[in-house]
Write a protein that binds this ligand. Structure first.
Ligand SMILES: [Zn+2]
Length: 479
C-alpha cells in the first residue's frame, strides 16, 4: 500500500537518527530540508563524471558510463548479483544499459525507475562552454546531458547509495532501468521492458519526464506527472508526373498536386477527443486563461465537436495541442532542374497522434483529405503507439507531497506529452509509467535540452535527493 509522504516528519524536523539529511533551510520553502553536504557533493561528482562521458550515438561510451555507475553502487554496498549491464550492438556500436535491483523484503511487485544514459550529440563550436567538460558557474552545471537526463541519473544513483549505506531496506524491489539509446531508437528500452527484474513492475517512474518549472521571478512552480504520450508519425506525400520541358508546360504538374495537398492539410482538423489525462489538463489550462478561452475550453469538455469553441481556443495562445491529433507539413522537395517540369514532388508531414488512434487510421484521413490519385502517401518507419497510463490518486498524492517539500505552492498535474521518451515503450509493454522528479527550471531560459549551453540548476538538482528519498520511503517504505 502507498503511504502518505513523510511531510509531517520533515516539517517537524523529527528526522530519525539514522538519516543523514541535515535540516538546513534552502530552496523556496524556508524550512525545507536540504541534503547533507557529503551527499550533495557526491551527487554533483556523479553528474560531472557522467556529463564528461560523450554518450551520444556512435561514441561507444554507454558501457563506460554503466561501469562507472556500477562501481559507485558497489562502493556503497550493492553486490554484483543485483547489478546487470545488458548490452547489444546497434549500428556497429556496442551499447550497454544498466539495471540495478535494490532488494526489498516484501512481496509486492517491483517499481521500476527510469532514465537514459545517452545524449543528443553537441557541436562544441556553437557552445559557450565545452559540452563534454562539465563546468560549474552561476549556480549551474553546464554540459550536454546535464538536464536530459543525467541529472535524473545522478539523483537516483546517489539516493540508492546513501539509503544502502544507511542500511535502509525497501518493502518491495526498487529497480533502476537506465536505457542507452533513448534519443535514437529505444532498442535498449525495449530490451529493458523484458528484463527479469523489470518486466513484472507494477509501474515505472520516469526521471526523464518529471521536470518542474518556475517563472523568471520564481513564482508559479508547475510540475507535471507525464502519464501519456502522443504517437510520433511522419508521412511522405509524393506526387509523380511525366514531366517535360518547362517551355511547354502541361496543365498537370507535380507541384500543383502538392500545393493542393498542402491546402487540404491546412484545413484539416482531427476531432477533439479526451482521455482521463487530457480532461484534467483541459480543466487546469482553463483556469489560467482569460474568460472567453476558459469558457471555450470548458465547452469543449462537454461538447467536443463545438466548432465555435474550438476556433476560440485555436486562435488564442493557449497551446492546447493535446485536444486532438495534429498534422503539420514540415519539408518539401521537388524537381531536378529549373527548366524541367518536376517528375516528382514530395511533402513531409509530421503528425502527433492521440493514444488510441492508429497511424494507419491517420493515413486514411490524409488520403481522404488530399483526395488525389496522382499522390501516394507513405508512412515513415514503424511508429510506436502506447496507451494512456491510468490516473493513480495514491501515487500522485505521494509525488505531490514529495514535490511540495521544496515547493509548497506547486501546481502538479498529470500530462500527456507530444511524444518521445522511454515511457512509451514501458507503457506499450503493459507497465504504467509516470514522470517523476523535482529539478526545477526557469521558464523559458533553462529549457535547453538538445540545444546549446544545456545546464542543470544545482540547488534544485541537489534537492532531488530529498525528493527521491521521501518518495521511496512513501511508496516502498515499511514505516
Ligand atoms: Zn531525455
Amino acid at each position: 500500500m502507498m503511504k502518505r509522504a513523510m511531510m509531517s516528519l520533515w516539517a517537524a524536523g523529527a528526522l530519525g537518527a539514522a538519516s543523514t539529511l541535515a535540516l538546513i533551510p534552502a530552496g523556496c520553502a524556508a524550512d525545507a530540508p536540504s541534503p547533507s553536504q557529503p551527499d550533495a557533493d557526491l551527487a554533483v561528482d556523479i553528474l560531472k563524471e557522467t556529463v564528461a562521458l560523450r554518450t551520444a550515438k556512435g561514441y561507444g561510451q554507454t558501457p563506460a558510463m554503466a561501469e562507472a555507475l556500477a562501481a559507485r553502487l558497489k562502493s556503497a554496498g550493492f553486490s554484483d548479483d543485483d547489478i546487470d549491464m545488458p548490452s547489444m550492438e546497434i549500428d556497429g556500436e556496442q551499447v550497454s544499459a544498466l539495471v540495478v535491483r535494490y532488494k526489498g523484503d516484501g512481496d509486492e511487485a517491483p517499481i521500476a525507475l527510469l532514465a537514459h544514459m545517452d545524449v543528443v550529440d553537441a557541436n562544441p563550436d556553437t557552445w559557450g562552454t565545452e559540452p563534454f567538460t562539465p563546468t560549474v558557474k552561476d549556480g549551474y552545471l553546464y554540459g550536454r546531458g546535464a538536464v536530459d537526463n543525467k541529472a535524473g541519473i545522478g539523483a537516483l544513483i546517489t539516493t540508492f547509495m546513501r539509503l544502502k549505506r544507511e542500511g535502509w531496506t525497501p518493502d518491495r524491489d526498487l529497480v533502476i532501468a537506465f536505457s542507452a539509446d533513448e534519443e535514437t531508437g529505444m532498442q535498449t528500452t525495449r530490451m529493458l521492458t523484458q528484463h527479469e527484474w523489470v518486466r513484472d513492475a507494477e509501474f515505472a517512474l520516469n526521471s526523464d519526464a518529471g521536470t518542474g518549472s518556475v517563472a523568471p521571478d520564481g513564482s508559479d512552480p508547475t510540475f507535471s506527472i507525464q502519464s501519456a504520450e502522443k504517437t510520433y508519425a511522419t508521412y511522405f506525400v509524393t506526387a509523380r508526373n511525366t514531366g517535360g520541358h518547362s517551355s511547354a508546360p502541361r496543365p498537370d504538374n507535380a507541384l500543383f498536386d502538392i500545393a493542393g495537398a498542402i491546402k487540404a492539410i491546412e484545413a484539416l482538423r482531427f476531432p477533439v477527443e479526451f482521455n482521463d489525462i487530457t480532461r484534467s489538463m483541459t480543466r487546469n489550462l482553463a483556469e489560467t486563461q482569460e474568460p472567453a478561452v476558459r469558457d471555450a475550453l470548458l465547452t469543449l469538455l462537454e461538447t467536443p465537436d463545438d466548432a465555435e469553441a474550438r476556433l476560440v481556443v485555436e486562435q488564442s495562445d493557449a497551446r492546447a495541442h493535446f485536444l486532438s491529433t495534429t498534422c503539420a507539413p514540415t519539408m518539401l522537395s521537388a524537381g531536378s532542374a529549373e527548366n524541367a517540369l518536376p517528375q516528382r514532388a514530395m511533402l513531409t508531414v509530421n503528425c502527433r497522434i492521440m493514444p488510441g488512434t492508429s497511424p494507419a487510421a491517420v493515413q486514411e484521413v490524409l488520403e481522404r483529405t488530399i483526395n488525389n490519385d496522382a499522390i501516394d502517401i507513405e508512412l515513415n518507419g514503424e511508429p510506436v503507439e502506447s496507451p494512456v497510463s491510468p490516473v493513480r490518486e495514491d501515487l500522485f498524492a505521494s509525488i505531490e507531497a514529495a514535490v511540495k517539500i521544496h515547493h509548497p505552492d506547486a501546481k502538479i498535474q498529470p500530462t500527456m506529452s507530444s511524444g518521445g521518451t522511454d515511457g512509451r515503450e514501458f507503457r506499450r509493454a503493459g507497465i504504467p509509467t509516470y514522470g517523476a522528479g523535482s529539478i526545477t527550471l526557469i521558464r523559458p531560459t533553462d529549457f535547453r535540452a538538445h540545444g546549446i549551453d544545456e545546464r542543470a540548476p544545482l540547488e534544485t538538482y541537489k534537492n532531488q535527493l530529498v525528493f527521491w528519498e521521501t518518495l521511496f520511503k512513501d511508496i516502498a517504505g515499511d514505516a
